[in-house]
Write a protein that binds this ligand. Structure first.
Ligand SMILES: C[S@@+](CC[C@H](N)C(=O)[O-])C[C@H]1O[C@@H](n2cnc3c(N)ncnc32)[C@H](O)[C@@H]1O
Length: 336
């Protein structure tokens, strides 16, 4: 009941909306894939333009009702799929002319305010953190993985300096009883060596657990690889990130597709790969002062985009090798 009330009153601001639209140019028509449909902020804006079609994906089944309403309004121009974006290739789009693929990563305000999802350190109840189509919850991670494994997750996915102390205290306290959200917050508070008055002590641990539970690293990497393959000539791949780990992955992938790494003149010229994408701006596009004032979470948003230069399904990138250490950590979840 509480969840329904909260969902009704949360005001949603699609982040960097004007900037996304100027990059994907829906005014010229075309088919777009909104990989993180959420409440349909980007989708609705694209559909305002004639001759556009949108396929909206979201792993969270709660987006389905909003998707249904848009499907009723635009039966020939919109469809919603409850699908993870890593599975984009299941849509069998190889021969469709996809003009733009969009990602607005992370979670929505609706999701974080929904106590049943347990994404927030303010939630009272079980540790959940599942956005949808998951294999395990944060409760299983905290109560079952070994201390060293939890430490790795907090360190690499949350950049948490006190990962060692937090994980030790988790393992000690869970012997007495199962740990829920507020107990985890207390454990973190007592484990932190320095108090940061600007950011809640639990921020990094909660971010790390959310990334782990939702397999956000492999989701992102596979979503990017599949998008780069599917796009046709002049198609745009646009991604909005919210934290440095996501941005690092997107930045690396975009560079790897749009530049040939400078090869030392002392090394033999082995293989010059084909450059299939253009990155029109190297620096990310960020929110204006006005947007940050109206919607403070937009201060962390970074938009990067690529434009495909020719039709080609074969893309070359070493992104899976580059981030294999993170995927290895993600694979600790296979034990659960
Ligand atoms: C920041 S919100 C997007 C908001 C959206 N742009 C709007 O204007 O309404 C992110 C959404 O992406 C979804 N999401 C996150 N990871 C996903 C994944 N791997 N596959 C599909 N959807 C995902 C979340 O469930 C959430 O609804």
């Amino acid at each position: 009941m509480e969840a329904t009330i909260v969902l009704d009153i949360v005001k949603h601001y699609p982040v960097l909306l004007k900037e996304i639209i100027s990059v994907i140019t829906p005014q010229h028509g075309g088919t777009f894939i909104d990989c993180t449909f959420g409440q349909g902020g980007y989708t609705k804006e694209i559909l305002k333009h004639q001759n556009t079609k949108v396929i909206g994906l979201d792993r969270d089944i709660d987006s389905k009702d909003i998707g249904k309403k848009i499907e009723e309004k635009f039966p020939d121009r919109f469809s919603f799929k409850n699908l993870k974006f890593s599975k984009l290739n299941n849509l069998k789009l190889k021969n469709q002319n996809i003009k733009g693929i969009l990602f607005d990563l992370g979670y929505s305000l609706n999701q974080i305010k929904n106590p049943e999802k347990g994404l927030s350190f303010n939630s009272h109840g079980d540790l959940n953190m599942m956005m949808g189509l998951n294999d395990f919850s944060a409760k299983e991670v905290i109560n079952n993985l070994e201390g060293k494994e939890i430490e790795k997750i907090l360190k690499y996915f949350g950049d948490e300096n006190d990962a060692k102390f937090i994980s030790k205290n988790i393992v000690r306290d869970r012997q007495i009883k199962k740990i829920n959200t507020q107990e985890l917050v207390k454990i973190i508070e007592k484990s932190k060596r320095k108090k940061n008055y600007k950011v809640h002590s639990a921020t990094k641990t909660f971010q790390a657990l959310r990334i782990f539970v939702n397999k956000e690293i492999s989701e992102l990497i596979n979503g990017l690889i599949n998008s780069a393959k599917i796009l046709k000539k002049d198609g745009v791949l646009a991604v909005v990130t919210f934290h440095s780990l996501e941005d690092k992955i997107v930045k690396y992938f975009f560079k790897s597709l749009s530049e040939n790494k400078s090869i030392s003149r002392y090394e033999p010229k082995v293989h010059q790969k084909k450059i299939l994408f253009k990155m029109p701006v190297k620096k990310p596009i960020v929110a204006s002062h006005k947007e940050v004032k109206n919607n403070p979470p937009s201060r962390s948003a970074k938009l990067r985009y690529l434009i495909k230069q020719e039709d080609n399904y074969e893309i070359e990138s070493d992104i899976l090798d580059k981030f294999s250490h993170l995927i290895e950590i993600e694979n600790l979840g296979l034990k659960l």
